[in-house]
Ligand binder design. Structure first.
Ligand code: V47
Length: 353
């Protein structure tokens, strides 16, 4: 059966089929990706009102793509106190945020309780705010550093008030590429095991993929299929987030950044291949707001949130440092013919704007 026939029949694609998708014309892909988007979500585009907080940039690991962590490329080390973090949450809570998204570097100097107690303090002071925190890369770092199993650490996370896990640290699962770009940190198998353990504890998470560096199209498909397999097993992923590689201030020199067509093809292919992950998020901080809006026509149904302050991608050249204003965000979604729907962190609908 040809790939077009399989798409027409809405069949699950295997690795070999999925590779062929990249050879299709962008607008053919758009037709099928959009058909699935419309079946699942109609014209709704989800976003949330959230605040990103990055408590420390001191990192034991050296990932070649990272411009955020303190290193030779970024000599400005910082570690926020819990009081400073609570003050940030307090200020943001007045703007009606529903979520704090907390991601740190792997700081070996703070002790485990510095990582854990802040979540408890946020929950005690702001019980209605969803705490999305600790990537699988951080969990692996903490479990190694403090000699805890993933199960033990996850039990502590839940006890300290973490509601869901963000999707960071996945990068690209292919072992050879991973060794080149982030050797030494959480392995692909460990990343998947941590999310499996989190899902088995009854919790939900997201999954990312960093693309546009030294990986090939085959590596992206392999990444998506490994996620699809785990999702078949647990059903715990809410969203897949392809992160477009930002090229500045890091060690990985890329001569030819991705074209808009390649980025849109990747969103569309993610929508087609990941038939068991409901939400495909065009994270505007890495795609740009404009391309995230266009991506709505290519299978994606989520643009992340207002963010307020963003440090990881903006350190590598993205224009996301200050987030985006709520009204502007909503108007942009509406003006592109979609319905802006505010969601909570686990995709319950809160308000149609
Ligand atoms: O895993 C680091 C990425 C991620 C660069 O779960 C870079 O809702 C692009 O995971 N260019 C952390 N990306 C951010 C993240 C995330 C973001 C938004 C929403 C969610 C969610 C998760 O940032 C890391 C890494 O892959 N990153 N450096 C860079 N130069």
């Amino acid at each position: 059966m040809s790939i077009i026939e399989k798409l027409e029949n809405n069949e699950r694609l295997n690795y070999e089929d999925a590779i062929k998708l990249y050879d299709l014309d962008l607008f053919i892909l758009a037709k099928y990706a959009n058909r699935i988007r419309e079946e699942k979500h109609g014209k709704k585009t989800y976003f949330n009102i959230n605040r990103h907080i990055n408590p420390t940039n001191i990192c034991k690991d050296v990932c070649q793509f990272c411009a955020y962590s303190a290193s030779r490329k970024n000599p400005l080390q910082y570690t926020l106190t819990h009081e400073e973090i609570l003050e940030i949450v307090k200020t943001s809570s007045k703007k009606d945020i529903k979520e704090v998204h907390i991601v740190s570097a792997h700081n070996p100097n703070t002790g485990l309780q510095w990582y854990m107690d802040v979540f408890k303090k946020i929950k005690e002071n702001f019980p209605s705010i969803h705490v999305k925190a600790l990537t699988a890369a951080e969990i692996h770092f903490l479990s190694t550093e403090y000699n805890l199993t993933y199960e033990e650490l996850i039990a502590k996370m839940i006890e300290h008030g973490i509601d869901s896990m963000p999707g960071g640290g996945a990068e690209i699962f292919d072992e050879k590429v991973r060794k080149k770009i982030c050797g030494g940190k959480v392995t692909s198998q460990q990343w998947l095991d941590i999310h499996r353990t989190w899902h088995k504890a009854g919790k939900q998470s997201n999954a990312t993929m960093l693309f546009g560096h030294v990986e090939s199209r085959e590596h992206r498909i392999d990444h998506m299929i490994r996620l699809r397999d785990l999702q078949d097993e647990t059903g715990g992923f809410n969203a897949f987030i392809p992160l477009v590689y930002q090229t500045e201030n890091n060690y990985l020199k890329i001569d030819a950044p991705l074209t808009g067509v390649e980025i849109l093809k990747t969103y569309a292919i993610a929508r087609i291949v990941l038939d068991n992950i409901s939400n495909i998020k065009a994270y505007w901080a890495t795609s740009t707001v404009k391309l995230a809006l266009i991506a709505q026509e290519f299978g994606s149904n989520d643009v992340d949130g207002t963010i307020e302050k963003e440090s990881i991608q903006s350190a590598a050249g993205a224009t996301s440092a200050k987030g985006v204003a709520l009204k502007e965000f909503v108007d942009l979604i509406r003006n592109t013919g979609f319905t802006p729907v505010e969601r909570d962190s686990v995709y319950n609908e809160l308000k149609t704007w």
